[in-house]
Design a protein around this ligand. Structure first.
Ligand code: ADP
Ligand code: MG
Length: 392
């Protein structure tokens, strides 16, 4: 779960990270008033959306007067913001953050992720700023790393070691060390998946300040943090992903045209892989979970088909706990209810598979059955391609 920059800054401030003060605004006039309230010669107007790379997309603008702040805000609010992380349609902007404009001497990067082999890891780089992805891809040695003990947090010597390597010394190194210990403590306390300060800047006046902040929480920990619900902004999330979560379906929208309905996350990943190998593009990841009932399949169909790009649907179910005949009946009933208008390929395997296939074959519906993953992938890719062609 993602939160906004201004919220991430509120959290980091609780851990003594020096964050820039800012005023949240919803309209251009509020931005104009915020500029005046800050009383600085320079301010930045920053789009608050759940996507990074805003600077590159025109979502972070320096302004020199209240009037300019208002004009810039009008422009940002009126258009979808397209950044390297939003996809070509962009995202609407509903909130803005107005902060004082700073004289930046140098931009650094500080971030945390959970590494599968090491556990929580703190990363730091002297090459912070909007090109950090490029730095990581081309010169990975410029990203320094320290694994963190989940009980002890980032130890002072680890923070100092990083700060020295970034080029700080003396009191400045201590300050940077405290920033790193603060963000690491926030990460552990609130069960972060990702936390970033990019950039952490040193100003020309010599201050160390977090200019940007990004936090993603681990949804699995929501039961122990009321702050997740308080900070959640569902208007920034995919409507269908929210609806799927309400029905205990894990759904993630992707860009292709083949809808997938699979039981088990591993099989769902494998299905997406084999579709790709067969030359197709999955429209989604969807794990319908263990109990594949009629209600679940129906709901899953509705969600998958709500995406207008979907030109064919593949159901790939392994009947381990659930029986294939029950699944097959669920599929037939669901197809009847929703009036499916794209080709459907079904691959069933496992307990009572014979009975399951008979139900599909005798349903009187044009359900394409497949034996094995490869055949299913070939058939669904062909069906989607034919339907796509028919449409265009
Ligand atoms: P994003 O990472 O989404 O592009 P940032 O908040 O990191 O957004 O802003 C992008 C860039 O804009 C920063 O790397 C920095 O160079 C500049 N910037 C951001 N805030 C300020 C500020 N208050 N004063 C001066 N420059 C800023
Ligand atoms: Mg940034």
């Amino acid at each position: 779960m993602k939160i906004h920059e201004y919220q991430a800054k509120e959290i980091l401030a609780q851990f003594n990270v020096p964050v820039q003060k800012g005023i949240v605004a919803h309209t251009a006039s509020e931005v104009e008033a915020a500029f005046t309230e800050l009383g600085e010669p320079l301010a930045v107007v920053k789009a608050q959306v759940h996507a990074g790379g805003r600077g590159k997309g025109g979502g972070v603008k320096l302004v020199k007067s209240a009037t300019e702040a208002k004009e810039v805000a009008e422009r940002i609010l009126a258009n979808a913001l397209i950044t390297p992380q939003t996809g070509p349609e962009g995202v609407p902007v509903k909130k803005l953050l107005v902060c004082p404009g700073l004289d930046i001497a140098k931009e650094y990067y500080v971030g945390l992720v959970v590494d599968r082999t090491l556990g929580p890891v703190l990363m730091a780089s002297s090459e912070g700023g909007v090109e950090i992805e490029e730095v990581a891809a081309k010169t990975p040695e410029k990203i320094l790393k320290e694994p963190i003990d989940p009980q002890a947090g980032l130890l002072p010597f680890q923070g100092r070691r990083l700060a020295y390597k970034l080029g700080f010394s003396g009191k400045k190194a201590e300050e940077v060390c405290r920033v790193m210990q603060g963000i690491a403590a926030a990460f552990l306390k609130y069960d972060g998946c990702l936390m970033e300060i990019n950039p952490l800047v040193e100003t020309k006046q010599g201050d160390i300040i977090a200019l940007d902040a990004k936090i993603e929480f681990d949804d699995n920990a929501s039961f122990r943090h009321s702050i997740y619900a308080e900070m959640r902004d569902t208007t920034e999330e995919n409507e269908m992903e929210i609806r799927a979560a309400q029905h205990q379906l894990s759904y993630i929208k992707l860009d292709g045209n083949i809808g997938c309905m699979v039981n088990g996350a591993g099989l769902a990943m494998g299905t997406m892989d084999i579709i790709k190998y067969a030359g197709g593009e999955p429209a989604n990841f969807l794990d319908v979970g263990g109990g594949v009932s009629r209600e679940r399949v129906t709901e899953a169909f509705k969600i998958v088909l709500s995406d207008p790009k979907v030109k064919a649907v593949l159901i790939n179910i392994f009947g381990g706990i659930v029986r294939c005949d029950v699944v097959a009946q669920g599929v037939v009933d669901a197809v009847n209810e929703i009036h499916l208008n794209v080709p459907l390929v079904v691959r069933l395997e496992g307990t009572n598979v014979k009975e399951g296939r008979e139900i599909l074959d005798n349903s009187g519906m044009t359900i394409i059955t497949a034996n094995g993953m490869q055949e299913a992938a070939d058939k669904i890719v062909a069906a989607a391609a034919a339907n796509q062609k028919g449409d265009s």
